[in-house]
Design a protein around this ligand. Sequence first.
Ligand SMILES: [Zn+2]
Ligand SMILES: [Zn+2]
Length: 183
Amino acid sequence: MRLTVVELEREAIDFSLELPEGTIDFGEEALLVGSFQTKGRAEVLHEHRSPTEIVADIWLRGQFSGVFEVPCARCVEPVRHALASEFDLLFRPLGVDEAGAERAISAEETEIGYYEKGGLQLEDVLREQVLLALPARTLCQPDCKGLCPVCGQNRNEQNCHCSERPTDPRWSALSKLESGKDS
Ligand SMILES: [Zn+2]
Ligand SMILES: [Zn+2]
């Protein structure tokens, strides 16, 4: 769904969408399970910077929810995260802040972004919001034992009998050298 300043200047858009799996590509790290719900409002906000300079911003507020599968950082088993979050974002035309310093806006909680070519793609904004809402590091359980570095066995499911020592050939060459010294 594309939100353009030209359209939003005419009237604000209230959206309520249920997006099926595959509508938004969240990348390799997050897989949507089931549908993604979002609703909110997009409107233009005019910043009167001077009598001659009026900046048309896109103000986007709303909420989303969805269930995502993210691989465990240790054993790569999928872990489910049910996300439900709100967003309150302001997009300025790209380049408008380059000349001067960052300017404060009145709404304190609002995050600032930039839009290009007269508008923005709602799905792009939602993708970014989802990735921000996901935890930086996902573990299937706090004490996940991870994968055996030797055989790849998931150690949560079954213990393997691999040696704890790395089997790098350089190490075995070294240990041969050392045992040679002793004899
Ligand atoms: Zn794990
Ligand atoms: Zn193993």
